[in-house]
Design a protein around this ligand. Sequence first.
Ligand code: ADP
Ligand code: GLC
Length: 492
Amino acid sequence: MKILSVTSEIFPLIKTGGLADVTGSLPKALAAYGYSTRTLVPGYPTLLAKLGETTVVHDFPDLFGAPASILLTRYEQLDLLILDAPALYSRPGGPYLDENGRDHADNWKRFAVLSYVASAISDGLIEDWRPDLVHTHDWQTALTSVYMKYSTAGRNLPSVLTIHNLAFQGQYPKWVVGQIGLPQETISIDGLEYYGDISYLKGGILTATAITTVSPTYAREIVSPELGMGLEGALSSRPGALTGIVNGIDTEIWNPASDGYLPAKYDHKTIRVRAVNRAKLLEAFRLDDGPGPIFAAVTRLTWQKGGDMLAEVAEEIAHLGGRLIVLGKGEQFVENALLTAAGRYPDRIGVRIGYDEETAHLIHGGADLVIQPSRFEPCGLTQLYALRYGAIPVVSRTGGLSETIIDANDAAVTARVATGFQFHPATAENLRLSIHRAFAAYHDPKKWARLQNQAMKANFSWERSAEQYAALYTDLIEGGKASSIFTARAAE
Ligand code: ADP
Ligand code: GLC
C-alpha cells in the first residue's frame, strides 16, 4: 500500500520542531506494516542543498503563476517528492519566517500550492505512482483534503489529517480563496469561514476522512473550549473521526548507546558515564560544578512551552545549589528574562539562545532533570528523549505529558513505575514546588536510582503507535472510514 505524506518539515532535512521528528520517523516505522510512504515537502534552499541525485517526475510550466517541478529522491531511509517551486520557496529565512523573524507574507500561497500539488498527486499526476491514502500534517497541508473534495478527477482517496498543534491554524483573509483555486462556496460556516476570515486547518478538519492528534489526552482536550482554540465546534462536528495516537521516537537517532552518552540500559556504568557527560555539559555552558542537580530545557521559548515560568524559577534553582541549562529560542521577553537570570548567576545558569541538535543530545545525556512546564502540549517529544537518556522529566500534567510521564509519588516509586515529576495546573508556583520535590529525590540516592532506572526502561519507540496508524490506514483504505474498534482502542 502506498501513502502520500505531505508536510512542511521533515527531519533530518528541515526541522523547526517535533513535527519534523514525526514525519521523518513514522514512514520508517510504517514500512514494517507493508506501507511505503513518499513524502511531499517544499524545496527550501537548505533542503535542496543536502540532496544527492534527483529525478524530475513532473514539470509545471505555470503553477499558480510560475514554473515548478516535482523531484523524486531518496534521502537516508526516506522517499521524497520535492516541490521545487523557486518563486515560493527559494529565499532566505526558515520554512515559515523570513530572516527578520516575520512570517513570509505569502505563506497563504506557499502552503496552499503545496496542498494543491498533493491533491493532484492523489489524482494520479505522477503516472507510475498512485497513492492509496494521503496523510497531511497541521495547517500547512490541511487544505489538501479540501482540494481533493473539489477535484473533478474523482479518485476520492481516503485522507488522514494529523493535528500536531491546534494553536497554528493558517488563518487568512477571505480574498485568499480567489487566489488559490478554490471555489467561493468554500467561504461558508460549513467550510473554511472562521470568525470573519478563513482557516486552512478548519478546512482540513471538515474534509479529511479521519483526524488524528498526537495523544489521546489532547484528542479529548481539544473538543473543549479551554483547549479547542476556537476549533472545538468544528472538531466536535466530526464525532468518531477524531482519535489520538501518541508519538513514538526514532530510537536510532535518539540512542544514548550509539551517540556515546550512555550504556543501553541502566547499570553500574550509567552513573559513571553520566558523570563524564555532566562535566562535558557544564564545560560547554561554562558553569562550575557542585553537589546539586542539573536542570535543563531544550525548547521553543514560547508561552505554550511555559518559557516564562522557567525564567521565574531559574534563580531559585541556582539559589538551592542546582544548575540550570537552557537551549532554545523564541519570544523576546522569555529570552531576555532567562538571559537576565543567567547574568545574575553566571556560574550556575547557562542560557544559549539558538538551535543545535548536537547540544540537545549532550543535554539529555548530562542533565539530571529536564523541565517542560507547557501550558498545553499535544504530545511533546523532549520528555521522551530525556527518559531514554536517564534525565528525569519535570512536566505539567497536560496533553501528551500527562500520559507519557508517571509522577514520582511514594506509591509509584515503591511500585517502581515512577518516571518523573508532574504538576497541575501549569503555574510558576506549582513548577517551583515540583523543583523542590526533584531536589529532595535527587538527594535520596536509592529513590533517584529507581527513578533513573525506570525512566530508561520506558519504551516509546514507534512500534505501538505505528501499529495504530497502520490499523487506521487499513480501515480507511478498505472501509472508507475509521472503525469503532480503532476509536475505542486509541481512547484506552
Ligand atoms: P514542539 O514541536 O512543540 O516544539 P516537541 O517536544 O514535540 O515540541 O519537539 C521539539 C523538538 O525540537 C525536539 O526534537 C527538540 O529536541 C527540538 N528542539 C527544540 N528546540 C531546540 C533547540 N533550541 N535546539 C535543538 N533542538 C531543539
Ligand atoms: C507539535 C506539538 C508537540 C508535538 C509535536 C509533534 O509541535 O507542540 O507537542 O510533540 O508537534 O507531534
